[in-house]
Write a protein that binds this ligand. Sequence first.
Ligand code: UT7
Length: 332
Amino acid sequence: MAYAAFRSIGAYAPKKILTNDELSKMVDTSDEWITKRTGIKERRIAAKNETTSDMGVEASKKAIERSGLDKSEIDMVICATISPDYFCMPSTATIISNKLGLGNVTAFDISAACTGFVYILSIAKAFIESGMKKNILIVGAEKLSAITDYTDRGTCILFGDGAGAAIISATENKNEAIIDVHTGADGTYADLLMTPNGGSGSAHDSLDQEAGSCFMQMKGNETFKVAVRTLTKDVVEILEANKIESSEINHFIPHQANYRIIKAVGDALKMKDEQVVLTVGKFGNTSGASIPMAMNEIYENGLLKSGELMLLDAFGGGLTWGSALVPFSPLK
Ligand code: UT7
């Protein structure tokens, strides 16, 4: 049987920084409020002509280079995004694979909001374990600034742009293998976090692509409470199912939604500060890109070593959630 190994990580953050002070000039908020309630100090914003696929390509180039593979060895691309280059089609994954010159590979997007990276990890693992694919590029990429309402202080303070990518490859060595991935969803909470307009469920008579039609709306406080409850339950379950203690985790890499959510889940797991990876302060919430961007941060700072165990945990619109136990298994 083939196992799935997490070989490499890469990420990209756009240059432009949007600070809390700048947001305070746009909506009725303050640096003090945003810092205290979310831990966010600044977020990155893509250039006007910079697309989700452009950012995904930059992250992918790093992940491919660090994997030691030739790009011709990649046989599938999966992109997790809620801010695709185009509404409906073509998928952002096909655009990324074309821009990278990957040739004839299977490519598709999935929509699981902030849980997107854990979902594509589970799909890649399944394709590899079934023997159908050997080297899969997974990409979480978001231009959330394109679907953010900058007159709504309840959401615009949270979101940012960026991308992260990873290579998942087949291995016969069980010690290198991704240990487990759990995913779940509950559509009864669909209205907590959504882009209500612009699709076939829209109140409009026809698909309305006017500016503003696809803006995100969120019931922040309710989402917060469900997030803490669900994330804690989810990580406890995956650790118990695999008989792993939280003290054995080298890096807890949660979705970077809000420092208070991360702290509550980390405390429930009795995680020490040095185990918890935090990038929410500098990147804000980048949805499907947030976990790989956070992982890339510890990799580039020399803190992620071969064989170390990562615990991923995410929660987002849908509602969706997921967790994963992943040893870092680079080839070089
Ligand atoms: O990534 C996917 C999942 N998303 C999340 O997990 C996000 C979860 N939610 C959150 O992070 C938090 O709920 C927020 C940061 C969005 C809001 O924080 P909160 O502590 O839940 O605040 P709240 O919504 O309960 O609002 C408290 C007060 C309200 O004023 P009143 O009614 O007490 O007078 C809001 O109007 O804070 C006010 N408020 C703000 N004040 C200044 C809400 N947003 C802001 C703001 N600046 N940006």
